[in-house]
Design a protein around this ligand. Structure first.
Ligand SMILES: NC(=O)c1ccc[n+]([C@@H]2O[C@H](COP(=O)([O-])OP(=O)(O)OC[C@H]3O[C@@H](n4cnc5c(N)ncnc54)[C@H](O)[C@@H]3O)[C@@H](O)[C@H]2O)c1
Length: 256
């Protein structure tokens, strides 16, 4: 298996895409830390993986809180030995027009999606550099990093910021053998109890711009993350891979 003996922290992995990523990495042999603000759900998810014979341990953390992040990474290191792979999946959406958005809403989205990824990456990367055996940091961004959407100013800005943070980290950490990449899902239906499902109108409008004519599956994203976490991807860094059926390649719905 590709990830035998590796330890992976996946934030936001109690549910949704993060849960699929945790499952994929564990099936490749990694010991996975299911790190989520919803501690009970994280324990349930870790229990489900364990019942499949996989190695998974739950950790409760709010990624936007520096002290909680440091404590979580310390705890993972003590319990599982080290961190070889970090996946920054924890993220929140939003739906407010730019004119109506309160400053508190802006702060809330940026705090989880951008600052949270910064905090987790820094806490993990410091240990990776100290250990001297390289590592992998993979952040889940979104097509919204490049394709602006109405009613999502903070979300789009947070994901665009995370793309640029990914590139800076890739430049600074390459010398230490740490690769840093981002994976950008298009609209992905997960059945997550945490995130409100998209309206039919939104889904139809989105899929009209997907040449493959469908929404994403959590496994589409998870397989890409598993590849970037593997030895096969050791020379790939500073990149964003959009896993979106061609949505971000252009305006498919606009034709003669
Ligand atoms: N589903 C999509 O269509 C889609 C599209 C593009 C990008 N994304 C991105 O993929 C990631 C996962 O999305 P999802 O659809 O699975 O969402 P989700 O809401 O189902 O799952 C997100 C998980 O993150 C956790 N979380 C939220 N805030 C947290 C915090 N402060 N600290 C720790 N954990 C926290 C939640 O409890 C939840 O388990 C997000 O970063 C999202 O922006 C999703």
């Amino acid at each position: 298996m590709e990830l035998d003996g590796k330890v992976a922290v996946v934030t936001g992995s109690a549910a949704g895409i993060g849960k699929a990523i945790a499952t994929a990495l564990a099936r490749e042999g990694a010991s996975v830390a299911v790190a989520d603000i919803l501690g009970d759900m994280a324990r349930e998810t870790a229990g489900e993986l364990a019942s499949e014979g996989l190695s998974a341990t739950a950790f409760a953390v709010d990624v936007s809180d520096p002290e909680q992040v440091e404590a979580m990474v310390r705890d993972v290191t003590e319990k599982l030995g080290q961190v070889d792979i970090l996946v920054n999946d924890a993220g929140i959406g939003q739906s407010q027009s730019f004119l109506d958005m309160a400053a508190e809403e802006w702060d809330r989205v940026i705090a989880v999606n951008l600052k949270g990824s910064f905090l987790c990456s820094q806490a993990v990367a410091r240990r990776m550099v100290g250990r001297g055996q390289g590592g992998r940091v993979i952040s889940i961004v979104s097509t919204a990093a490049e394709n602006a959407r109405t009613d999502a100013a903070a979300y789009c800005a947070s994901k665009a910021g995370l793309v640029q943070l990914t590139k800076v980290m890739a430049l600074e950490l390459g010398v230490h053998g740490v690769t840093v990449n981002a994976v950008g899902p298009g609209l992905t239906i997960t059945g997550s109890p945490v995130r409100k499902p998209p309206t039919d109108a939104y889904r139809t409008a989105f899929v009209a711009d997907v040449p493959f004519g469908r929404t994403g599956l959590p496994s589409d994203i998870a397989q890409t993350v598993a590849f970037l976490a593997s030895a096969k991807a050791e020379f790939i860094t500073g990149q964003v891979i959009y896993v979106d059926g061609g949505y971000s390649a252009g305006k498919y719905s606009v034709r003669e």
